[in-house]
Every structure is written in C-alpha cells, then in structure tokens.
Design a protein around this ligand. Structure first.
Ligand code: C2G
Length: 154
C-alpha cells in the first residue's frame, strides 16, 4: 500500500486544490491530508473563510482523499510521515525545496500549481465586487437625493 501525504489550508476549495489532490492520489494507493488548523493558519499569517471543521468536511468528502488529520505546526511532518508510513510527501511547487529534509524518510515531490486560481484571488475578487456594487448603490442614492432636493425647491 503506497501512501501519499500532503498538507494545506484548502480554504474556499477550488480547482487548484482538486487538481492537485487528484494528481497526488494517482501517485499511490492512499492519500492522507494534513489540514491546517485555524490556530496554525494564524501562525502562517492566513485567516481562512471556513473553519477547520468545515474545511475538513469538504476535503474529506473529496473522492481522492482517504484521510484528513489536523496540521498544528511546521514540525509535525517528520512524525506524520512515520505515523502514516508515507512513501511520498508531495505539495504544489510553490513550496519547492521547503520540505526536502523529509527525503531521509520518503520521496519528496513538488507538483506544478494550477495557474490563475487561488483562495487569495477569490477573496480579493469578491471584495472588489462588493465594493463596486456598493459604489453603484451610493451613486444611485446621490441621484435620488439631488432629485428630491430639486423637487423640494419647486
Ligand atoms: N495549490 C495548487 N494550485 C493552486 C492553489 C494551491 O496546486 N492554484 C496547492 C498548493 O501548492 C498546496 C495545496 O494546493 O500544495 C494547498 O494549498 P493551500 O491551501 O494554499 O496550502 P498552504 O497554505 O500552501 O499550506 O505545511 C504546508 C502548509 O500547510 C501548506
């Protein structure tokens, strides 16, 4: 049984995540995912939209994933690789080189990321959409105010 292990926040689950998990699952017979806890995300300087429990429910429901466990810190990977008897540790290549120290225990692979999609991009697009909508409403309100003022003068 060949086990693949990976880690991530997987917030606002998107095609970049699913394509990576699919490719990872094709590297072995079992894929286990270390999911960043909300507290660890704070350490990573990230604030996820969905809580750990919600993100775990989503990632665990993914057909490519066999098990989800909490990632609490940077240091636990060595123990996790031993605990899950992982044959391959793999991540997207934005992490290339960062976890080569695991090569003493298992194969280490970095797979190409999916371009043009990221949780950060989704969040900023949504917040800019919200702003443009608000701007539209504000300008319509100004029009109404000026009409009311004109009418009140006549
Ligand atoms: N990913 C990808 N393509 C994207 C976005 C993400 O392949 N467009 C990959 C990342 O390279 C990572 C995984 O999906 O391997 C999860 O990405 P994040 O949720 O952003 O995880 P991250 O915050 O990078 O946490 O200890 C490692 C960290 O927990 C990794």
């Amino acid at each position: 049984m060949k086990t693949v292990i990976t880690y991530g926040t997987f917030d606002l689950f998107h095609v970049g995540h699913i394509r990576l998990l699919k490719r990872l699952s094709e590297l072995g017979d079992r894929l286990v995912v270390g999911l960043s806890s909300d507290e660890f995300n704070e350490l990573k300087g990230k604030k996820s939209f969905f809580s750990y429990d919600e993100r775990a429910e989503i990632v665990a429901a993914c057909k490519y994933v066999d098990e989800v466990f909490p990632e609490h810190n940077w240091e636990q990977k060595l123990n996790d690789v031993k605990k899950y008897n992982a044959d391959i540790f793999a991540m997207g290549d934005d992490w290339v080189g960062k976890f080569d120290f695991l090569e003493d225990l298992c194969e280490v692979a970095y797979l190409p990321r999916t371009e043009d999609v990221s949780t950060t991009k989704i969040k900023s697009t949504l917040s800019s959409l919200k702003k443009s909508e608000l701007d539209k409403i504000e300008s319509s309100l100004h029009d109404v105010i000026s009409i009311v003022k004109t009418m009140s003068r006549s």
